[in-house]
Design a protein around this ligand. Structure first.
Ligand code: GAL
Length: 731
């Protein structure tokens, strides 16, 4: 591990922290018995104002954890929230990994060492824009399974996982001397419960029972968006409306109001809209509004978004999960972070009156005034009053921008606008700059051409109809070739239709790329099943357009001469779905590649050969590039190539606080590795908005993955070249 200097040194943000820290008088939460009432959670009888932030441990490296937690603490969080990512721990059926980068126990211990409480959201389902919503991909193929129901093939695997997980979690529960004060089970089950009626309720009861049986429930259990008897039901959203609060008060008497997901912006999908950062005042204002209606805990989702390294993204999710969070993808404190740090300091200082004081409210004109009274102390909050709370995320994020807190004498203690101005005035972030390369050496790329199916040695899997991709790959790779022969008798343009296919296809005829899937791809793809269950293959969906059915892929091929031609289609997966609603079916119906046959000029096309994984993957080129002979890059731009180079880093940069990224300008789509570590999928696809933006141009390279001389390996699917790819740093 590389030693990192004190991150605060010298920065403008540092001065703000130091000023703020004296005032923090942080509530240190020792472990003990955790209880709750309508007012708040209590740790050993002491009321807790839960100031939480989601920091997902697999979205950064183990070496980054101390820095992220340190900064979170310095900015006034008292709780770290994280999902447990089942598929990060059960990497193949029955094989568990809780060490190294997956050392959840170590992560929780680091929280405790910094006096941070932990709110653990154990799943088994997490959503989270994570591959398959956190489920291990093998689950899809368990015989007879219906995921997220009482089906035995499902519950048996959850039980096995929870029993293993409990070995890590149990000793770290607050009741056993650890920092975990709350455990959430499942996630937003309300979204799918409708599908299952009473059986859905039974499932929720079962998961609470299981959590209790394995020992999690010695601290209070929670559920979010969808409740279960015996658990605290928490809320998610950009704001929490008074109507939602009233409903919870009615349906869940005796439980505290906790806000589990407060969004600082939104995640990005390839080719989608890039949501702007949320004004930090609107977050602080929404929190004050929530507290003024009785809320006693909130959690930024995410506080640090981080990176979906390797193939961890859900379907269509970009590799970056920055989310415009208060700590940016690299862990740097943003201006919002500094602002919220000041706000948290204020809340920490006034938590007794907020939690123990009596509360009254009045509305004067368009202003709503809340007064807390505790002994002779008073605290007043003046905010805009709202008649209606919008459901729309954008609108919610421009609400609650102005609020003032006053003391007994009417002096202003905290004004959202004034503090914003002060922070804006003093905040400065250093700029990104190129990592200087030694003058003696230019960056020379070498190339290795990925063999097309005609050049591959292995025979492949032969079948009359194309076989669905995941049943062949088990999600160990994104790639699967589907090959067959076109016996052309009618020369002219040809039409190929894949009625049900995913996620992205390249079509090669006679070893030349002639077409690819149309864009944009849709995040929610609609029903994955053919409308006519009696179809055998194909017939269904053929009448629709690609727009009407996002699974339908049609390609017009150039004129072909009479005779035999090779057809090779490369199916590329973009991550498994995160939830049922993306396919209108239980998650085990998720499919990739081709699963309802192919039409050629309206007729079934048969006799296929499937080859999974690229040859470069079989050679493990990302870690063993010496396995093949590379040649200098140059000449024509053939698609589907591997590129490799070395980039140097001055040694002094490695021991500092610099963070690094690759500017992927010039690349098309594929995957990137640095020193054998999987940076993730790249795709230089234009965003739907703003007009001139890409979905993702920069790719996080964790500092602890770098050394003085670095090997970069790129798999590029398209006719694009890495000549402009460059390493950048920010100190
Ligand atoms: C919620 C879900 C989270 C995350 C979030 C969007 O509905 O609980 O896991 O997916 O949406 O970022």
């Amino acid at each position: 591990m590389i030693p990192r200097r004190d991150f605060l040194k010298g920065s403008a943000a540092a001065l703000l922290y130091r000023a703020g820290q004296d005032a923090f008088s942080q509530q240190s939460l020792s472990s003990g018995r955790v209880t709750f009432d309508e007012r708040s959670v209590l740790v050993d009888g002491r009321r807790m104002l839960l100031i939480g932030g989601s920091v997902h441990y697999p979205r950064s490296t183990r070496a980054m954890w101390p820095m992220l937690l340190q900064r979170s603490k310095a900015l006034g969080l008292n709780t770290i929230t994280s999902y447990v990512f089942w598929n990060a721990h059960e990497t193949s059926r029955g094989v568990y990994n809780f060490s190294g980068e997956r050392d959840l126990g170590h992560y929780i211990d680091l929280c405790q060492q910094r006096g941070l409480a932990v709110f653990l959201r154990v799943g088994p389902y997490v959503c989270a824009e994570w591959n398959f919503g956190g489920f291990p991909p093998y689950l899809r193929d368990e015989p007879g399974i219906t995921i997220r129901t009482m089906d035995r093939p499902y519950t048996a695997r959850v039980e096995a996982f929870f029993e293993r997980l409990a070995e890590v979690v149990r000793p770290r529960l607050a009741t056993n001397g650890g920092p975990i004060v709350l455990v959430q089970v499942e996630n937003e089950y309300g979204n799918v419960a409708k599908r299952y009626g009473e059986a859905g309720q039974e499932y929720l009861r079962w998961i609470i029972e299981l959590a209790t049986r394995v020992g999690f429930a010695s601290v209070p259990t929670t559920t979010c968006q969808g409740g279960a008897q015996g658990a605290i039901e928490t809320s998610n959203g950009s704001i929490i409306s008074p109507e939602r609060i009233a409903t919870l008060r009615r349906t869940r008497p005796g439980t505290p109001l906790l806000w589990t997901e407060l969004y600082p912006s939104w995640y990005r999908v390839w080719g989608g809209k890039n949501a702007p950062a949320r004004d930090a005042r609107s977050m602080a204002g929404a929190i004050l509004d929530f507290i003024s209606r009785g809320g006693s805990g909130f959690n930024y989702y995410p506080w640090h978004g981080g990176t979906n390294f390797a193939r961890n993204s859900m379907y269509l999710q970009t590799t970056s999960y920055d989310f415009c969070a208060p700590l940016d993808e690299y862990g740097n404190v943003t201006e919002s972070g500094v602002y919220l740090g000041r706000f948290h300091a204020f809340l920490q200082e006034h938590r007794s009156i907020l939690l123990e004081g009596s509360r009254s409210e009045s509305v004067v004109g368009s202003q709503r005034k809340t007064t807390w009274q505790h002994g002779s102390d008073e605290l007043h909050l003046i905010q805009d009053d709202y008649q209606e709370h919008p459901l729309n995320r954008q609108d919610a994020q421009t609400m609650n921008l102005h609020a003032r807190l006053l003391n007994t004498n009417g002096e202003t203690l905290f004004d959202l606008d004034t503090v914003r101005d002060a922070v804006a005035h003093s905040f400065s972030a250093s700029a990104w700059s190129p990592v200087p390369q030694p003058l003696s050496r230019s960056i020379d790329w070498v190339v290795w051409e990925e063999p097309l199916p005609a050049q591959r040695h292995e025979g492949g899997i032969v079948s009359v109809e194309p076989i669905e991709q995941l049943s062949l790959t088990k999600d160990k790779t994104d790639y699967c070739w589907y090959s067959t022969t076109l016996r052309v008798t009618d020369p002219g343009p040809q039409e190929i239709v894949i009625p049900y296919g995913g996620d992205f296809f390249y079509v090669y005829v006679d070893n030349k790329l002639v077409a690819s899937s149309k864009l944009p791809l849709k995040e929610d793809r609609g029903p994955i099943m053919p409308e006519n269950p009696g179809h055998p293959n194909i017939a269904a969906n053929s009448g629709k357009t690609d727009q009407e059915s996002p699974f339908r892929n049609s390609f017009t091929l150039p004129s072909l001469t009479a005779g035999t031609h090779r057809l090779d289609m490369l199916a590329v997966a973009l991550g498994m779905i995160k939830g049922d609603w993306q396919i209108d079916a239980p998650m085990n119906f998720e499919r990739k590649g081709i699963w309802e046959g192919v039409l050629w000029n309206g007729k079934p096309l048969r006799n296929w050969t499937m080859r999974t994984r690229l040859v470069g993957e079989q050679h493990r080129l990302s870690t063993r590039p010496e396995a093949v002979a590379w040649r200098p890059a140059g000449g024509g731009l053939r698609p589907l190539r591997w590129y490799k180079t070395r980039m140097d880093l001055p040694a002094n940069l490695l021991s500092g606080t610099a963070v690094f990224r690759l500017d992927a300008t010039g690349l098309g789509k594929g995957m990137i590795w640095v020193n054998g570590q999987a940076i993730g999928r790249h795709w230089l696809i234009p965003a739907a908005s703003p007009a001139d933006a890409l979905s993702q141009r920069y790719y996080h390279v964790p500092a602890d993955w770098l050394q003085v001389s670095n090997e970069i390996v790129i798999l590029e699917e398209q006719a694009a070249a890495p000549a402009s790819v460059a390493l950048q740093m920010r100190v």
